[in-house]
Ligand binder design. Structure first.
Ligand code: OAD
Length: 249
């Protein structure tokens, strides 16, 4: 065998061994949690935030995803969210979402606001960064779900007449306390944590990998590449989550 072919064969064997090891941990576990990020939805056509085609290459988070940006120019912020809502509405869950939805032992904690885990059939998904389908009134605080694309009028209005905002967590904002507390509780009691398609760049979400490890869980990362969290995990499975997750669970 030539060198290149031998390297490829070695790498394939390494990945198969790693998947077999991960499967042994999962078979023995009763409580599994998946912490997911934008990468799990990439194969559905939803853009990620970082990386060569990431949204934060083209757009500035401080102009679109902060409370200050919204206070200054709600119309612009809403246009961006309305564009993303329409884009996501045209996407469907992929094999990675479906594998997690079929896996009855797992609870999903996601940083994604796209709702694709629920559309795949996952129950009780913890959306720690909120949902792009949720609208929250800036006057009375009432929240509602609205799947309409495009939204009319834009910015949308609550029944009380107040302007609504996207029900997502922006930079500089706190996570919703109940959702975060439940996520931490689940992660602390997990025997295996799957960390799927996240760069691990945004805290406190990324800290859940450390929390799980300290509490004794095996942590398995699934990503196209090594990340800020790779040194914290027990096993890194490099490849698309839509291919790896169905082999794992
Ligand atoms: P990022 O865009 O930071 O990272 C996406 C990760 O997915 C990268 O590590 C990619 O290598 C990986 N990836 C891409 N395609 C993949 C595939 N097919 N299979 C597996 N992995 C793949 O997204 P997040 O980590 O989710 O927050 O970003 C975290 C937060 O930053 C988001 O929730 C958002 C953003 O700013 C807020 O808006 C508050």
């Amino acid at each position: 065998m030539e060198r290149g072919a031998r390297d490829l064969a070695d790498e394939r064997e390494r990945v198969l061994n790693a998947i077999a090891e991960a499967r042994r941990w999962l078979v023995g576990a009763r409580r599994v949690v998946a912490l997911t990020g934008a990468g799990i939805s990439a194969e559905s056509g939803v853009p990620t935030f970082r990386g060569p085609q990431g949204l934060w290459r083209e757009f500035k988070p401080e102009e679109l995803a902060t409370p200050e940006a919204f206070a200054q120019n709600p119309g612009l912020v809403w246009e961006w969210y309305d564009w993303r809502r329409a884009l996501i509405a045209g996407c469907v869950p992929n094999a990675g979402h479906l594998a997690l939805a079929r896996y009855e032992k797992v609870r999903v904690v996601t940083q994604n606001v796209d709702g694709l885990h629920a559309r795949a059939g996952s129950a009780e998904v913890l959306e720690i960064h909120g949902s792009i389908w949720r609208l929250v009134c800036t006057e009375c605080g009432a929240a509602r779900e609205d799947l309409t694309v495009p939204l009319k009028p834009l910015p949308p209005r609550c029944g009380c007449g107040g302007m609504e905002r996207p029900g997502v967590v922006w930079f500089g904002e706190a996570l919703r306390r109940g959702v975060w507390a439940e996520s931490e509780r689940l992660v602390r009691s997990a025997e295996v944590l799957l960390v799927v398609g996240t760069s691990g760049a945004v805290y406190p979400a990324a800290g859940l990998a450390h929390t799980a490890r300290v509490a004794g869980a095996k942590v398995i990362e699934i990503n196209l590449e090594r990340t800020a969290l790779s040194r914290e995990v027990d096993l890194s499975l490099l490849g698309p989550s839509g291919e790896i997750l169905p082999q794992l669970v």
